[in-house]
Design a protein around this ligand. Structure first.
Ligand code: GLV
Length: 387
């Protein structure tokens, strides 16, 4: 058993053990990947203030996100095709999250279906919705999430059309993979993945297959999104979905203060400052850079969460210190899953928790609720002067 001390260790194992097509899907941004890169490098620009002679006993990272108790304010983000990183991946990740005490968010584009994840877990999870053109499908999937007892709907606002990630096109990404000579050669070195996949029936888009009509090629994410996703999503439709759902709502993918104001006006429970992990609009600023402006615009009206770029507990601490009430991790837990299944997701959460707890203590704070702007040193020009 290798000694895992950080998320990069899990990432290396993920790469070694998972078919290239799925590792690349996880580790890609759109076009030049500038935004994808800056999401992480911008976190590095923020430094921490070391404080001493503060009693550190009795620390806690526990708090709430949208009024729900969490062991630390780190939710598992919705990630498409998670069940291709490892057989039954969504069920494994959801189990790890519930044991740890953090929210798990199931993607619309998951491999395991809503019902399947509900059947294999006991705590309610969150469901992420992509809005489809087919109204019947939309109503139906919202009802399915309600029936499964999902405790929040995470509505993604930044993916009516899919950003281009070059590697996915070159690799011929599909679920399940098409067994071309290149894929077969790759699988020859990933036999545990293959054996586990042979042992499960969950190898296609579980929320879609059997539920949506007129699908040309149900294995292709590109065709799916192009044919089915509703490019007409606007604030009116968001209101309608809020009504249809009737429960806690999180609006994900907000990057501009004007949009944050519109989002807060819907009466949603939280917004997520996110550029979709740099997978949509390349050239957008990192989400951590946009956080201060969004806090100024709506911080007193709605709970603000952040994702995109978080790879450590120190990143979580920085986001919280700058005003976020919660964070989401995507790649960081997928690396764990691809490396070691459920145990790897638990490991990723443990790594992040330990980094958050120790950093918080060395900054002289005993609770995540006490983290504020005084904990961090932010370069004067961090948010930048843009015309
Ligand atoms: C969403 O499904 C994505 O690929 O980013």
């Amino acid at each position: 058993m290798p000694v895992i001390t950080n998320i990069d260790d899990l990432k290396r194992l993920h790469r070694k053990r998972t078919p290239k097509m799925f590792y690349d899907y996880c580790e890609s941004g759109s076009w030049t990947e500038q935004t994808f890169r800056e999401n992480t490098t911008d976190f590095d620009q923020i430094r921490l203030r070391q404080r001493v002679a503060v009693d550190m006993e009795g620390r806690s990272t526990a708090t709430q996100m949208i009024g729900q108790d969490v062991a630390m304010p780190v939710a598992l983000a919705p990630v498409g095709l998670t069940g291709m990183q490892r057989a039954d991946g969504e069920i494994k990740a959801a189990k790890a999250a519930e044991k740890f005490g953090v929210p798990f968010t199931l993607s619309t584009m998951s491999i395991c279906s809503i019902e399947d994840v509900a059947e294999h877990t006991t705590n309610p999870f969150w469901f992420q919705l992509y809005v489809m053109r087919d109204q019947e499908f939309l109503k139906n999937i919202i009802q399915r999430a309600k029936d499964a007892g999902c405790s929040a709907l995470v509505l993604t606002l930044d993916l009516q059309i899919l950003g281009q990630r070059h590697k996915d096109l070159k690799n011929g990404l599909s679920a399940p993979p098409k067994l071309t000579p290149a894929v077969l050669a790759d699988l020859a070195t990933k036999w545990t993945w293959g054996l586990e996949m042979l042992g499960t029936k969950r190898r296609g888009f579980g929320n879609i297959i059997g539920h949506a009509k007129d699908v040309d090629d149900p294995s292709s994410l590109f065709k799916w999104t192009a044919e089915q996703f509703d490019p007409r999503l606007d604030w009116g439709k968001i209101e309608a979905i809020k009504e249809m759902w009737g429960g806690p709502l999180i609006l994900k993918g907000v990057m501009e203060p004007e949009d944050a104001i519109m989002a807060a006006k819907t009466g949603c429970d939280a917004i997520v400052v996110s550029n979709h992990g740099g997978r949509q609009l390349d050239g957008a600023l990192s989400s951590i850079r946009m956080l201060p402006a969004i806090m100024d615009a709506v911080g007193d009206q709605v709970e603000v969460h952040l994702d995109s770029g978080i790879r450590s507990g120190q990143d979580v601490l920085k986001a919280l210190a700058m005003g976020a009430k919660g964070t989401f991790i995507g790649r960081a837990f997928i690396h764990g899953l691809g490396a070691m299944g459920e145990q790897g997701v638990t490991k990723a959460l443990e790594v992040i928790h330990k980094e958050l707890d120790i950093s918080m203590a060395l900054c002289g704070r005993k609770s995540v609720e006490d983290l504020d702007r005084d904990v961090v040193l932010v370069p004067e020009d961090f948010t930048g002067r843009w015309a």
